[in-house]
Design a protein around this ligand. Structure first.
Ligand code: NAD
Length: 435
């Protein structure tokens, strides 16, 4: 916290000087990617505007009475970018820099992502400008319940389905589900995905994004005749996505030589002992201080001489400057929006293959869809069924994107966007314009 509030006077955390002001460039990146796809597809300006503009947005005040009685105010958002192919679907992010433009960009990417892996969803996203590490569990529960009740008219299993994202987890989803259900008067598990198993979560959801990253990496390497077991990997971000990705890469024989989180990074050229590192992080909250490696900065991690670089933390880390230092042959985007438009151009010019976020990290929403289907049917699938269906969806989506890229001479990002945008526009065309 950066200011001392008066008792019972709400503190505006969006106005905090600590909030990073970098998110309009995230929206610029998303708009630039859409413009490229629209140019390939030859759509007119009216269609472009419909695809670029969120269908609905809500901005809510989220007051919190802290454990010590003080009141603070946060700003929360929910954006439904597109609901033409089905309910909005997308995560809930708790981070200090969350603002409406960041949420708009993330919601737009969800629309294309759901189209690319052919799920019957549109795209949505939500967030609260809060640093969850500064608050107790009881305070985060109250923030989550108040936010949920404020956006209640907009969400529901048939309208908009949330999932965890940065700074939120399965417990957050359980609170959202409970708040929504209590207000409706009965239990409605399908209002969120990424819930704990005990309240209708799906087997395999916790590791799905990471498993999907490894599936598409294996597919991309396979096209170049390189086995997964022969490559070195560096992973930026050791949260829900990055930590499991590192563990799955290592379990499948790749050598994970570096990882990092917001506090710092680690390097061991012989390969990190990822299971032991996971235990260290569970005990200390960070990769820093792990004894089986040397310290490494986040900047140096991006420039390591590895085969595969997986940015799995925040947006915008690969801009024109940092992309110029990338020595990996493949960049597989675990995070949403880690590469700016200029970063993309530099990586392409240097011959780096970028497997884009909207494809690479779609495993999470694929298993979220499986969780939603199971909740709607009240019938649970086995772990193996989920793993098999996830692998099939991810590898076939990769195959579609790669085939289009080769056929039309596009980057994997442009090809993925073309597929996602085209499926969305096709839904618009067939449904017609009301009235
Ligand atoms: P998380 O909060 O669990 O973990 C984020 C990690 O990034 C933490 O280790 C944190 O310390 C680290 N980090 C934060 N800022 C950093 C910085 N400046 N430099 C280096 N590391 C930093 O979040 P997550 O759910 O793992 O999400 C990570 C990314 O993946 C986000 O872009 C998110 O939108 C995207 N994503 C998540 C899911 C999912 O299922 N959770 C699905 C698709 C995409």
């Amino acid at each position: 916290m950066t200011s001392t509030p008066l008792p019972d006077t709400p503190v505006d955390h969006l106005a905090s000087p600590a909030a990073p002001a970098r998110t309009s460039s995230t929206l610029d990146t998303a708009h630039g990617q859409l413009a490229s796809a629209v140019a390939v597809l030859g759509y007119d300006e009216g269609q472009h505007q419909m695809l670029a503009t969120p269908r609905r947005e809500i901005h809510v005040a989220v007051p919190l009475r802290r454990d010590d009685g003080e009141t603070v105010l946060f700003h929360g958002f929910r954006v439904q970018h597109n609901i033409s192919r089905g309910p909005g679907k997308g995560g809930l992010r708790y981070a200090p820099g969350v603002d409406i433009d960041e949420v708009r960009a993330l919601a737009m990417w969800m629309t294309w992502k759901c189209g690319i892996v052919d799920l019957p969803y549109g795209g949505a996203k939500g967030g609260i400008a809060i640093d969850p590490r500064d608050y107790t569990t009881a305070e985060l529960e109250r923030v989550t319940r108040r936010y949920t009740s404020e956006i209640m008219p907009m969400i529901g299993p048939d309208t908009d389905v949330m999932a965890p994202d940065m700074g939120t987890d399965e417990q957050t989803m359980a609170w959202v589900m409970d708040t929504y259900s209590v207000n409706r008067g009965y239990t409605i598990p399908a209002v969120v995905t990424g819930k704990p198993l005990a309240v209708g979560g799906s087997r395999g959801r916790g590791t799905a994004t990471s498993a999907g990253i490894v599936h598409v990496t294996a597919a991309a390497l396979g096209e170049a005749g390189v086995p997964l077991a022969d490559v070195t990997v560096a992973v930026q971000g050791f949260g829900k996505v990055g930590s499991h990705a590192a563990a799955i890469f290592a379990a499948r024989g790749a050598t994970v030589v570096a990882v990092s989180d917001q506090y710092g990074g680690l390097r061991n050229d012989a390969g990190l002992d990822v299971p032991r590192l996971l235990a260290h992080v569970a005990a200390t909250g960070s990769v820093v201080g792990f004894d089986g490696a040397d310290p490494l900065s986040n900047a140096d991690l991006l420039g390591l001489d590895v085969d595969v670089l997986v940015p799995a933390a925040v947006e915008g880390v690969l801009d024109g400057d940092t992309a110029a230092g990338v020595r990996a042959r493949w960049v597989v985007e675990g995070a949403n929006g880690p590469t700016t438009t200029e970063g993309d151009r530099v990586l392409a010019a240097r011959g780096v293959t970028v497997v884009p976020d909207v494809l690479a990290n779609a495993g999470g929403v694929v298993v979220s869809y499986f969780e939603w289907v199971q909740a709607n049917q009240t019938y649970w699938w086995s772990e193996q069924e989920i793993a098999d269906r996830l692998e099939h969806r991810m590898t076939s989506a990769y195959g579609d994107v790669s085939a289009l890229a080769k056929r039309e001479g596009l980057s994997l990002r442009d090809a993925a966007l073309v597929i996602g945008v085209q499926r969305t526009a096709e839904a618009h065309r067939i449904r017609g314009l009301y009235p």
